[in-house]
Ligand binder design. Structure first.
Ligand code: NAP
Ligand code: MG
Length: 496
């Protein structure tokens, strides 16, 4: 879909060689090997740039720079107030470069421009929030009696490795480096292969804001090489990861096999959105469509399983299908577009193959099911709604695309059983006008967040993260600082 905007931003990327390099120790550099990876726009399928493919040597340089800066205290020893000032300046850089950052995100990932603008705005707010929080945290004094003074304080771990996915190319990094830098650590960030541009751009914005050299490094590259090296590194003190459960499992293994670094994992989901018969069905269906179709379903907390009471299932499915008309793919640079392309051809093929699996399992297709806008060269899939049985793969496996699986249930116990019959436990929602039932279900469903009569409500002030194989550690709220700090006790003997 070669609109004027796509061409314009393709030329911007091609004309700025810094956007294709790693950012290590305060400078843009090529990979030591000279190797590169193609950065492809999923809007047209065109290659935008050849990006540094960081290898072991580059990761080692970035970690060494991070360690040096941490030990030198150029950041870690600043007063919290000073770090706050600099992180606020960093957030302000996001605000000032909003249009550019949003366009880079859209051309790299295929996200609609209005969603990219939202993501830049919200990322800036989150970074501001972490900055404002960092000097509002106090240590503790233990109740040890008259002869001992015991203080408990939080210290930064040192060097933090952050490995992020492509679905929110700015917000996921911010949720990690915000609190990590806020606590005084130095950071090595590896963005996803599919969406390196915006993370790379952050290097210069961090420097402009006053983050010292070596404190914030960005190393694009392949997960199995660059990501693995970070997670196995003997001199990385904590690794924070967002991505698939299968890679999360590897990350834990790498930490175990190396230096037992601290690990936090935000992983996948197959989240249940439960609609009881007495709910406001129109509102539930509207929000269910948002829950699965926003960001083309490429959302860890997507409401990909719609559990509906059998007495209202036909009505709810009809309403979801109607609501889906507001989520048809279009030109990502058109401000009116609500659904863009999938992130790449692989992800599109994966989603289409799940649609085939659903068909072959006998799932009843209520809407969609096809690739669209193929003539653009881009990778677009239309909103798809299946009515499924609980045993089907499309009812259980994370598809990470605009595919909704609708399951029916006959009573509350059955709803809870189906909701919890998954290895995941990231989020859930319950729709009912009965307050008692709402709270009862919220208690019984095993997930990190449960929304009542809503979906994705809330903000940075709530801890985001999962139960079970959706991971552990929380990326937002004050709990996020726990991933990047450790507590220290100092005990003074006052007996004389
Ligand atoms: P992914 O394949 O797990 O990749 C995530 C990141 O890990 C990428 O930077 C990737 O690098 C890197 N990686 C891959 N293999 C690695 C290895 N062996 N060692 C170290 N790093 C490695 O996931 P994705 O496809 O990007 O994202 C989709 C998944 O993320 C979904 O399952 C989704 O549910 C989950 N997700 C969860 C959340 C959450 O908050 N819980 C948020 C967003 C996404 P490459 O890009 O080079 O492969
Ligand atoms: Mg890309």
């Amino acid at each position: 879909m070669s609109t004027l905007e796509t061409t314009r931003w393709r030329d911007v990327v091609a004309g700025n060689s810094d956007l294709s390099r790693a950012y290590i120790d305060g400078a843009y550099v090529a990979a030591a090997s000279g190797e590169t990876l193609a950065c492809v726009s999923p809007i047209t399928g065109e290659t935008l740039a050849q990006i540094a493919d960081c290898g072991v040597e580059d990761i080692d340089r970035a970690v060494a720079a991070a360690r040096r800066s941490f030990e030198a205290g150029t950041w870690s020893d600043l007063s919290p107030r000073e770090r706050k000032r600099t992180l606020l300046a960093f957030a302000q850089q996001l605000v000032e470069h909003r249009d550019e950052l949003a366009a880079l995100m859209t051309i790299d990932m295929g996200k609609p421009i209005s969603s990219s603008e939202w993501e830049v705005d919200y990322s800036a707010e989150c970074l501001q929030w972490f900055a404002e929080a960092l000097d509002h945290m106090y240590g503790d004094v233990a109740p040890l009696g008259p002869n001992l003074l015991g203080t408990i304080t939080r210290e930064p771990v040192g060097v933090v490795g952050a490995i992020t996915p492509w679905n929110f190319p700015l917000l996921m990094p911010v949720w990690k480096f915000g609190p990590a830098l806020g606590a005084g650590n130095s950071v090595v960030l590896k963005p996803a292969e599919q969406t390196p541009l915006i993370a790379i751009r952050l290097g210069e914005l961090a420097a402009t804001a006053g983050i010292p050299d070596g404190v914030f490094n960005v190393v694009p590259g392949r997960g199995e090489v660059a990501g693995q090296r970070i997670a196995r590194h003997e001199d990385v003190d904590a690794v924070t990861f967002t991505g698939s459960t299968s890679v999360g499992r590897l990350i834990m293994g790498y930490a175990a096999e190396s230096n037992l670094k601290k690990v936090s994992l935000e992983l996948g989901g197959k989240s249940p959105n439960v609609v009881l018969a007495d709910a406001d069905l129109g509102a539930a269906a509207e929000r269910a469509a948002f829950g699965i179709f926003q960001n083309t379903g490429q959302v860890c907390s997507a409401g990909s399983r719609l559990l509906v009471h059998s007495s209202v299932a036909d009505e709810v499915v009809d309403k979801v299908v109607q609501a889906a008309s507001g989520w048809q793919p279009g030109d990502p640079f058109d401000p009116a577009t609500t659904q863009g392309s999938m992130v790449d051809e692989t992800q599109m093929d994966r989603v289409l193959s799940y649609i085939d699996i659903g068909r072959s399992e006998g799932a009843e297709m209520a809407l969609g099911g096809s690739r669209v806008l193929e003539e653009t060269g881009g990778f677009y899939v239309e909103p798809t709604v299946f009515r499924v049985d609980t045993g089907m793969r499309v009812a259980n496996e994370e598809i990470f695309g605009p595919v909704l699986s609708v399951v029916t249930f006959d009573d509350e116990d059955a709803a809870v059983k189906v909701a919890n019959d998954t290895a995941y436990g990231l989020v859930a929602a319950v729709w009912t006008n009965d307050v008692t039932k709402a709270h009862r279900l919220a208690r019984r469903i095993r997930a990190g967040s449960v929304w009542i009569n809503g979906y994705e409500d809330g903000d940075i002030t709530l801890p985001h993260g999962g139960f079970k194989q959706s991971g552990f550690g929380r990326d937002t709220s004050l709990e996020a600082f726990d991933n990047y700090t450790q507590s220290k006790c100092v005990v003074v003997n006052l007996a004389g």
